[in-house]
Design a binder for this molecule. Structure first.
Ligand code: SF4
Length: 461
């Protein structure tokens, strides 16, 4: 399922809820990761302190974003890295294609990056005739399946081993296997060839360090290391919020990121890239960093919503969300699904049709509880709901119900009269049908007597 159409949210949810295979795959993956996460988080006695520190660093950085970005640009430029600023997706793509054409690139290897998903880079490069291969295993799987990632750190979470085995057999012409080790070997064989022949490597960045001008990438498969060192030119595409002030801040982020993203104590590989080959022998000849805004300043302008930029894209809030757990990432129709995606999508991309997403929440606050940088996601969702209602987003029937309810609440005689009518309707056996609501739930029984009636009777005794 590759569906970017946000207007299809309700259809997508119905599709997901009735897809037993998807429910099973999600359930297995999420239960496993969450239980492992509890294990690795409980090993740290200072987890809450780390969250608090990480929150404060992110808050301070976002409050002083221009200062730290300028520092990063200055230091990275001194190190020989070229910095480009992209106000939107089109500008970011045009920088990439200009570089690719200048070096006559035919083959590009890409490591996992949500910003490149956000700007539709792979599809764009392929349209322009540049073969572009995802090298992260999960991304490689969704590329073969022509799907979008269903989770920001586990893109193929919605797929079972059997489904992946069939996909590899169909698309790569290999014998069917559902053994993870064999599947990995197949992908490795295919990708090794691509790494060796690639002209261009593209990656994202987990952090950009202002103090040193360093690009920091964490990963588990070694593919980012190969994508960023083997090709002659490396382009980093990162959101402007990725900057952090100091190298020492990584000691906190490394502890919380692995545990939150993949329930690991530490990710297998960390690359800290400082300069191109003219200064270091094991890196490309040219390194570019494209700093992408693409709607992030919409968030920055809002006092309430700017905390969404503290996000370090670990994906934990998705796993904790009872809605995401049931419908998975594709149902949201956005590159960024789940609770934080429901904040980012309508604001960052200014999609009016995405205003439905903040309603895809039970407001239970589990997203906030699990968030390693303590973003109050549930408050942001509630605030966006309020904005949606102000923008006349709710259907007329909902508005009518609330207007009648308000009139009734202001006048107790009218309220009691309305309650009597409802009781009478129920008594003669009519069940109110509220489309989409009563289809999935039993309409609650109406109390035979109202509270006031019971109270009056008590008083009169
Ligand atoms: S909002 Fe918090 S939990 Fe969700 S992806 Fe961002 S950092 Fe992780």
């Amino acid at each position: 399922m590759r569906n970017h159409d946000l207007t299809k949210f309700k259809e997508n949810v119905l599709w997901a809820l009735t897809n037993q295979t998807l429910r099973k795959n999600l359930n297995r993956a999420i239960t496993h990761t969450l239980s492992k996460r509890i294990e690795v988080v409980s090993e740290l006695t200072n987890w809450e302190e780390l969250r608090e520190k990480a929150h404060n660093i992110r808050k301070h950085t976002i409050e002083n974003l221009a200062y730290y970005l300028e520092n990063f640009e200055k230091k990275a430029t001194e190190n020989g890295i070229k910095i480009l600023w992209a106000k939107d997706a089109a500008e970011a793509r045009s920088y990439v294609i200009d570089i690719a054409r200048r070096i006559n690139a035919k083959l590009c290897v890409k490591s996992k990056s949500m910003v490149t998903e956000e700007i539709g880079l792979r599809e764009f490069l392929e349209e322009k005739g540049i073969e572009t291969v995802e090298t992260d295993l999960g991304e490689f799987i969704v590329q073969l399946a022509n799907e979008m990632p269903s989770h920001i750190t586990a893109p193929a979470m919605h797929k079972s081993r059997d489904e992946i085995g069939k996909l590899f057999a169909e698309k790569l012409g290999v014998d069917f296997t559902n053994e993870p080790e064999n599947l990995t070997k197949i992908a490795r064989r295919f990708l090794r060839e691509k790494f060796l022949n690639a002209d261009l490597g593209i990656s994202g960045a987990n952090f950009l360090v202002a103090e040193t001008g360093s690009i920091v990438i964490v990963e588990n498969e070694g593919n980012a290391g190969l994508s960023t060192t083997l090709p002659k030119v490396h382009i980093v595409i990162a959101g402007i919020e990725k900057v952090i002030p100091r190298l020492v801040d990584l000691t906190i982020f490394f502890k919380i990121l692995g545990r939150s993203a993949t329930a690991q104590r530490f990710t297998s590989y960390v690359s800290i890239i400082n300069a191109p080959r003219n200064k270091k022998p094991d890196s490309p000849e040219e390194i570019y960093v494209i700093l992408v805004d693409n709607g992030r300043t919409n968030l920055l302008r809002s006092e309430k919503l700017k905390q969404a930029l503290y996000c370090i894209k670990c994906g934990a809030c998705m796993l904790a969300c009872p809605i995401y757990q049931r419908v998975g990432g594709h149902a949201y129709g956005s590159i960024y699904p789940g609770p934080i995606g429901s904040v980012l999508t309508p604001v960052q991309f200014a999609f009016d049709e995405a205003l439905i997403l903040p309603f895809a929440s039970s407001l239970c606050g589990k997203c906030h509880e699990i968030c390693p940088v303590k973003i109050e996601i549930h408050h942001l969702l509630l605030w966006l709901r309020h904005k949606a209602v102000e923008q006349d987003f709710s259907p007329w029937i909902e508005k009518l119900i609330f207007k009648l309810w308000l009139i009734g609440m202001k006048n107790h005689k009218l309220y009691e009269f309305g309650a009597k009518i409802l009781r009478y309707i129920r008594k003669i056996g009519i069940k109110p049908e509220l489309k989409n609501w009563s289809k999935w739930r039993t309409f609650p029984e109406i109390a035979p007597k109202s509270f006031r009636e019971i109270w009056r009777r008590q008083e009169s005794k």
